[in-house]
Design a protein around this ligand. Structure first.
Ligand code: UD1
Length: 417
């Protein structure tokens, strides 16, 4: 198991290119199964979750080649429709293969997906939607076996705008007879990216990014090349790193409009932000102010994936910040780790009250999930002395060598294997 050793108290500076979005690349790679023709996906970050997705594609019989950040997938001679349990359990997003397989072959067999332990994370909405599309589901011995000659277009109202369920419905409906309409669809930018990729293959998806998405079934899809959008959560991570260390950094290859829900927090805390087409500059004097109350919500609300990072920032901001986690029920485990570093955070069910302290102190802390790992690493950057962050394998799920990027902009951090 790897750990990071972080020497705190250094100013950061310079330029950094933001990686491609993990949460976009994962469903797009799964979608290549549905396309059934050769696809080349550019700007695919080097992450363990991406490697796990490529392993699933290979296990299904797809031809997969990676050259740097470009991945080619040819699923035209794919021969299997069952995903091995060990691969399904590696990450939550493996469930997206359900819709992709059904669309392509009319069959899929999967077990419950794994992923970071941040709450119950059921898949009831995915299964409800598949049934609405005419898919026959049989659950036996922990497996869900799905069968359907051709999905039938339907009107599907999601009781919650689930990102994964929206993606699964889009994928399962690509070749449906008639039209599928998703009401209360998730509006995250990653949904728009998936729809753009699929439309570039000849799919007919409209309304992605809005609450109502329509998919008209088509008979054929075509080969394509596509570039994954920038990772908005990675951008937020480096912004937080600069904010808490009183630094000035320029992020390149960002999509500033995707960051709208979080920019306000940084401005409220006293950071200066300048954006141009695909760049963002953040300047912080280090004297941060409390950001009042933050509530995580589906997009365009404040993203749950940035909650841990903002908690680190609130820990060293003057005044009290209240954080309300509305998306996942077990996503405050970083609070007690931050307290080990001298933060003053109390958690009451889904509310965390953060009383800012002047400075954190280096300590040995443990990441319990991906974004918590990033938040603790950032906390180490502004802490007095040395911080050890255990469980770096969680961080590697979503960041392309986080320690190298941070070193590149002036941090002192090393990985110990
Ligand atoms: C995606 C992101 C994840 C992000 C989350 C919310 C990927 C690979 N992951 O996860 O980083 O934190 O969106 O923005 O894109 N739910 C149900 N039943 C379901 C499905 C979801 O109750 O069938 C609940 C979940 O338990 C959770 C909430 O809905 O409480 C949001 O989940 P969802 O939007 O589906 O998140 P994911 O797609 O898993």
């Amino acid at each position: 198991m790897s750990r990071f050793i972080v020497e705190g108290g250094r100013r950061l500076g310079g330029r950094l290119k933001i990686q491609g979005a993990k949460n976009s690349a994962l469903p797009i790679l799964a979608a290549t199964v549905a396309v059934g023709r050769p696809c080349v996906i550019h700007n695919c970050p080097m992450l363990t979750d991406i490697e796990a997705t490529l392993s699933i594609l290979k296990s299904l019989g797809c031809e997969v080649h990676r050259s740097g950040n470009s991945v080619s997938v040819d699923s035209s001679r794919m021969s299997f429709t069952e995903i091995p349990d060990s691969l399904m359990r590696e990450m939550r997003s493996s469930i997206i293969f359900l819709g992709a397989l059904i669309s392509r072959t009319g069959e899929a067999s999967v077990c419950a997906p794994g992923g970071c332990d941040i709450g119950m994370r059921p898949i009831d909405l995915h299964l409800f939607a598949m049934e609405k599309l005419g898919v026959n589901l049989v659950e036996e011995h922990g497996h869900i076996k799905c069968r359907c000659q051709k999905t039938t277009g339907a009107k599907i109202t999601l009781s919650f705008p689930s990102v994964g369920a929206t993606e699964n419905v889009i994928l399962a409906s690509l070749r449906c007879s008639g039209t599928t309409t998703i009401i209360n669809a998730a509006r995250e930018p990653e949904i728009v990216d998936l729809a753009r990729f699929l439309n570039s293959c000849g799919a007919r998806i409209s309304g992605a990014g809005e609450s109502t998405v329509t998919i008209e079934g088509v008979d054929r899809l075509f080969p394509t090349q596509y570039t994954v959008m920038p990772d908005r959560i990675a951008a937020c991570t480096y912004m937080t790193a600069a904010a808490v260390t009183g630094s000035d950094i320029l992020l390149e290859d960002v999509a500033p409009h995707h960051l709208a829900p979080i920019l306000q927090c940084f401005e409220q805390s006293g950071c200066r932000i300048n954006v141009s087409a695909n760049r963002l500059r953040l300047t912080s004097s280090g004297g941060l102010r409390s950001i009042g109350t933050i509530r995580t919500m589906p997009y365009p609300g404040f993203p749950t994936d940035c909650q841990a990072l903002i908690m680190t920032m609130a820990s060293v901001s003057e005044g009290t910040t209240v954080i309300c986690e509305n998306i996942f029920e077990n996503r405050f485990r970083h609070a007690s780790e931050l307290n080990r570093m001298g933060a003053n955070i109390s958690v009451h069910d889904k509310i965390a009250i953060v009383n800012g302290v002047r400075r954190l102190q280096g300590a040995s802390v443990c990441a319990h999930d991906l974004r918590a790992g990033a938040a603790l690493t950032v906390a180490g950057l502004c802490a007095e002395g040395t911080t050890t962050v255990e469980n770096v394998h969680f961080i590697d799920r979503g960041y392309e060598a986080l320690e190298k990027s941070l070193t590149f902009i002036g941090a002192k951090i090393k990985r110990i294997d």
